[in-house]
Design a protein around this ligand. Sequence first.
Ligand SMILES: Nc1ncnc2c1ncn2[C@@H]1O[C@H](COP(=O)(O)OP(=O)(O)OP(=O)(O)O)[C@@H](O)[C@H]1O
Ligand SMILES: [Mg+2]
Length: 250
Amino acid sequence: MTVSNVDHREDAHSLCPKRPRREHVMLRVENLSKLYQSEGGTVVALSNISLSVQEGEFVSILGPSGSGKSTLLYMIGALDRPTSGKVYINDVDVFSLSDSEIATVRNKMIGYVFQSYNLINRATALRNVEIPAMIAGVPHKKGDFTATAIMDALGISDKINQKAVNLSGGQQQRVAIARALVNNPSIILADEPTGNLDTKTGSEIFDLLKRLSSEFGRTIIVVTHDPDLARRTDRSIFIRDGRVEKDVSN
Ligand SMILES: Nc1ncnc2c1ncn2[C@@H]1O[C@H](COP(=O)(O)OP(=O)(O)OP(=O)(O)O)[C@@H](O)[C@H]1O
Ligand SMILES: [Mg+2]
């Protein structure tokens, strides 16, 4: 498998309803460990984690502060290299690739949603959504069409020309989710996407993630501290001290 596999669905509309191949393993993590060197010595953030996620699964990750949830998402999302172990996304052995190939994986195979939205404040909502498509070299017209269609499906078409900075938190997070979808990624990773939102808005963002999973067959992994929200996912993985403590279906 090479990084050219990432283009497997390039021409599909990014939000086509699709029936996931449930037997297809979209993510495989094998014996993943991550050690950080800090002033106080070595921190074992992840210790020998193995798990797999099927295509179309909606998975939550829970655990105490400092247990390794974000580190796990960082490794799965190829934002940092593990100390040891493997991550396969759609059969691509991510860390066997060169740095520039890993950058392509990040751009095309993974959609990221963060607690703090990470939008470009002074750009319009539409421009924010289009950016990953531009980076991927998608022609402007096509990127524009796809971004507009996704924003329409996510109920933010009336916000297209507004600057991100002028949107509410919930609207900004919808824009961030649209941005995560624009390159039709294999997997969407969300680290506490409701952490900065009030309960009602957070619940609406979770409804949206749920809809992306059930209606559009997206594969989603979400970190949350909220057990009520986590129960709305298909499966919850509990992390403690960098290890999988419990893995339950909901
Ligand atoms: N860049 C880093 N350098 C050193 N230690 C780090 C680094 N990033 C994380 N850690 C440590 O690794 C451990 C896991 O951190 P991580 O951020 O993954 O936890 P978390 O479960 O996401 O916590 P929270 O719920 O507070 O977000 C912690 O002990 C943390 O201090
Ligand atoms: Mg965290």
